[in-house]
Ligand binder design. Sequence first.
Ligand SMILES: *Cc1c(COP(=O)(O)O)cnc(C)c1O
Length: 230
Amino acid sequence: MNGVSMTDDIGAKLASVRARIDQAARAVGRRADDVTLVAVSKTQPDERLEAALRAGQRVFGENYVQEAQAHWAHRRAVFGDLELHLVGPLQTNKVEAAAALFDVIQSVDRERLAAGLAKAEAKLDRRLSYFVQVNTGEEPQKSGVMPADAVAFVDRVREVHGLDVVGLMAIPPFDEPVAPHFALLAKLAARAGVDGLSMGMSADFEQAVRLGATHVRVGTDIFGERPPRS
Ligand SMILES: *Cc1c(COP(=O)(O)O)cnc(C)c1O
């Protein structure tokens, strides 16, 4: 595949994903404007990021702090309106680097992480927005707080650590129907008093929008298959 056709393709794919979000939102009487498309660019080559930027995309999601720095730190100066989300797990030793780069961290799931982020905000004089990740499938290997602990955890992150929690995020088990997980996340968000719902990826973002997602995280349907992480 040559670079030109591939990057043209990304513009078309972005347009198609946006149209599908619009249609899913209208189907349930929502506005597409109320759904933020987070283009997940982890492990994607630079030319694909450039193509997405040329197509007007400004909100991007990344999984790894170092790779995100390489992708975006130098582009901040060029694109003042970039909005960068960390959607992957955050290790405590990378908290300060993450707080310096990202606008939104979607994977807050431990008290120590919240404490570290509060400290980094103060040191850097920077305020971020946060989602608390919920392990809706209660999978042992997966990040996120247990559903039963989610509301109390959101309260503590806000009140004890002073972070601006704007919503909840979930990655449902890959082998189960997603709708019950999306519905559970929405119910927990209402109880916790947060409006944001980050749910839905390439395979299921329309369903997520119909169930109230405010943020969908789409990688493959925009950029194509991910090259292996180098
Ligand atoms: C990689 C990733 C995505 C994007 O997944 P696709 O299936 O490629 O759309 C979304 N959310 C998280 C947390 C991810 O790690």
